[in-house]
Design a protein around this ligand. Structure first.
Ligand code: ZN
Length: 776
């Protein structure tokens, strides 16, 4: 029997126990120095084997290989690319030896430490290639499963899932996202969105791990368990990190304190449970005793129809407006922009529609052969990370495949017909996920309502044959041009029929008036009738006021729920433009104001409050990382202008900051974000990079005399470097304030390490700097 089937069978009978932490355990027996824990697989395999043996003895049903950080890209950054294959191969062999057949072996795969475009500079292929190489070796060596852990971005996680499944259909596949205490991943995904994206694709289990202790993680886990039909896994940290002897970071929850939480997880439907950072064989032993051999609790997850981008979910519970304008048909300028790969032009088009009320954006590239694949991916990623969820209107199968797999969320695929020819497209949707628009037609345009119904029924049949559940389908009743003899009554009849059957519906509104005069009025009137018949969404022009006002009025008259607001209720124009990434408008407004008042007033009365407002929104969870990065980018040209204007008056005197990720840590996502946000707030930032030796940091401080030193440590194993740097600084008589941040840290821990400040995120760092500046 395939390991996947075997595990699925066992999991229906009982809850399985994973193992605990590796990195924090290795640190107890040796000084890893700057070596990543995975190197032990080749340098000191006996230490790895010994730990894994003690996990098996403690009662783990599943052992993870010591390969979490061994993606090729990550090892290459440490100059260890040559050892990649050995490290991974040995990782599996050691685990197998340690288990002596008493435990399943899951190959452990962590993220690459990079962010996708437009937040970072990596494309889908980068992630996919890395994971594929990593997983190929794990599978060759015979693991039973693959566990993708501690991922912080939904696109990177999808890339890893597709890579794993392309390598093997037979391994048990687990996919984890990591959440902060507000229940969002780094790039803004919530548990509902995560569950919906994973529901469509071929993973066996989904879950969460790291960052939080069992108590804080539970509500997020419970939210996830409401929506997923996959097996559920959880690996909390052993409470919060604290400092021991002034330098080593350990975790606060004792085995007893940790294991008591098992019951709550079990009640919420957990199928596989283990421990992340700070858990030891003792924790696992206690968990084993507490857990026993219980069967899992049965769940009945809710099915919710939704479309999503990383940080935005649109359900079809209320009327949904899908912006039609990103379509070069009849739009010469847009067509030229696409051929010339001018992404900003396309983005502006998307933003404008969203500002006018679009919930989703339809993306059509026109003559697709004229548009490069690379550009298509960039458009799709930029729009979905920064503007809105998408409806993908792409016809060439190869091109659809490219953007469908890279899509960071749950897209709408527009569209398929009830024909055998479209089975290829359906298979892509089956493999890569998403909701789908089914046209009520076979090969030819149907003549009557009966023909449409027949085509719809046939379409649902074919979709089911291809493994796509009707719950993923939105039906297009077909709108034919009135001028070409179309009968709108058939469309309305079809909408009523589908409404009664409980299907969501979508129309391409503007078709009805094609070739006619007074198109706005025809479109508006038809939309009103369609809404009355039960229509749930339309691809339409949100910039057409007549249509928009008619739609809103008809929803009001019919007492249907209002359209979901797509803009945050925001009065301040600059804030609005910053949030939509509209750098030009921010600059325009600033230039206008500069004509009326002096530069300092513009900064103090407008720009600074605008950046502060955005910081507040981020802190309150009203916006997420993609919007924060976008706003910082949009503010850049304006601050450059201000800087020039002021010569060296205010901004020039504004403090200098040195920022670095400490030695032994190659994670610089958080540090880069902080650097960018500080810059956009007008500070001078000297970025020393990542994996920076302590004495290099001290020397830079000596030379530059900054207002503040900001240090980042994401890994627990690297946190003690912070204490080292602070000790060196003080020994040298340098009293620069030190601010620290990173996933392994918290307020209390920062103080214990000797830091003056702790910042949970970039916005807090700005606040601290501003206070410091005030003191000067
Ligand atoms: Zn962890």
């Amino acid at each position: 029997m395939k390991p996947r089937e075997k595990l699925a069978r066992i999991l229906k009978e009982r809850v399985l126990l994973l193992d605990g932490a590796y990195g924090t355990e290795f640190m107890k027996v040796l000084d890893l120095g700057d070596m990543p824990p995975e190197v032990l697989n080749v340098e000191k395999p006996d230490i790895v084997e010994k730990l894994q043996k003690s996990y098996v003895k403690a009662g783990s049903d599943v052992l993870l290989t010591n390969t979490f950080g061994a993606t090729p890209a990550k090892l290459a950054k440490l100059g260890l690319d040559g050892k990649f294959e050995d490290i991974v191969r040995q990782g599996v062999r050691i685990a197998k030896k340690a288990s002596e057949g008493k435990a399943f072996i899951f190959g452990d795969v962590g993220p690459t430490g990079e962010l996708p475009y437009p937040l970072g500079d990596k494309d889908f292929e980068f992630f996919y290639r890395n994971f594929k190489r990593h997983i190929e070796i794990l599978v060759e060596e015979g693991v039973d499963g693959i566990i993708l852990e501690t991922f912080s971005d939904i696109m990177e996680l999808k890339a890893a899932v597709f890579a794993a499944r392309d390598v093997s259909q037979d391994v048990f596949l687990v996919a984890h996202l990591t959440f902060d205490e507000n229940g969002r991943s780094l790039t803004g995904t919530d548990p509902l969105n995560f569950a919906a994206v994973m529901e469509d694709i071929d993973v066996d289990a989904i879950g969460i791990n790291c960052t939080l202790g069992p108590e804080e993680l539970l509500p997020i886990f419970q939210e996830l368990s409401k929506y997923t039909s996959k097996f559920l896994t959880a690996e909390p940290n052993a409470g919060m990190p604290i400092v021991e002897n002034g330098k080593t970071v350990v975790y606060s929850a004792t085995p007893d304190e940790f294991a008591v939480h098992i019951d709550s997880y079990w009640e919420s439907g957990v199928n596989i449970i283990g421990g992340c950072c700070g858990t030891s064989p003792k924790h696992i032993r206690k968990m084993r005793l507490q857990l026993g051999k219980r069967p899992p609790v049965k769940r009945s997850p809710k099915k919710i129809f939704l479309l999503s981008s990383p940080s935005h979910v649109v359900t079809l519970d209320r009327f949904v407006i899908i912006g039609e304008r990103i379509n070069p048909a009849g739009r010469k300028k847009l067509r030229k922009a696409m051929e010339k790969q001018e992404i900003e032009f396309v983005l502006k088009d998307g933003r404008k529609q969203k500002e006018a009320g679009a919930n989703i954006l339809d993306v059509n590239f026109g003559v697709e052969q004229l548009v490069s694949d690379e550009f298509m991916e960039k458009v799709v990623l930029s729009l979905s990370y920064n503007v809105a969820p998408l409806s993908l209107d792409v016809q060439t199968p190869e091109k659809l495949e490219k953007i469908l797999k890279a899509y960071p969320g749950r897209p709408l695929v527009n569209s398929v017909r009830a024909t055998d020819e479209d089975r290829g497209k359906m298979r892509l949707i089956r493999k890569y996920g998403g909701a789908v628009v089914l046209l009520s037609m076979e090969k030819d345009i149907p003549g009557s309502l009966e023909d449409r119904i027949k085509a719809f029924e046939r379409g649902i049949e074919i979709l089911q044959e291809e493994g796509i559940d009707p719950s993923r389908v939105v039906v297009d009743p077909l709108v034919l041009a009135l001028g070409a003899g179309g009968n709108p009554k058939d469309t309305l009849g079809m909408i009523s029929y589908l409404d009664k059957k409980g299907f969501k519906t979508i129309i391409g509104l503007s078709n009805v008036s094609f070739g006619m005069p007074d198109r706005s009025f025809l479109n508006a009137s038809f939309l009103v009738m369609a809404v009355k018949s039960g229509l749930t969404s339309a691809i339409m022009n949100p910039l057409d006021d007549v249509v928009m006002k008619s739609l809103k009025s008809s929803l009001l008259l019919l007492k249907k729920e209002e359209i979901e607001k797509t803009q945050i209720g925001e009065e301040n124009e600059i804030v609005k433009y910053l949030l939509s990434g509209n750098a030009d408008e921010v600059l325009n407004l600033t230039e206008k104001m500069l004509k009326e008042m002096n530069t300092i007033s513009v900064v103090e009365r407008f720009l600074r409050p605008a950046m502060e407002r955005i910081g507040d929104m981020y802190n309150k969870g009203e916006i997420f990382l993609p919007q924060l990065i976008l706003a910082s980018q949009a503010a850049k040209p304006t601050f450059e202008l201000i800087e020039k204007k002021m010569e060296k008056s205010l901004i020039g005197k504004k403090g200098k900051v040195i920022i670095a990720t400490v030695k032994g840590d190659i994670h610089d996502i958080g540090k880069n974000i902080v650097a960018a946000v500080l810059k956009s707030a007008g500070f001078e930032v000297i970025d020393l990079g990542k994996d920076v030796p302590s004495d290099a940091v001290v020397n830079a401080v000596k030379k530059e005399k900054p207002l503040l030193l900001a240090l980042s440590a994401m890994m627990t194993t690297a946190a003690s470097r912070i204490a080292e740097i602070i000790r060196l600084l003080r020994e040298n008589g340098i009293d620069v304030p030190v601010l620290v941040g990173g996933a392994s840290l918290n307020e209390k821990l920062a103080k214990e390490l000797g830091a003056d400040f702790y910042a949970k995120n970039a916005i807090q760092a700005v606040k601290i700097l501003k206070d410091l500046e005030g003191e000067r």
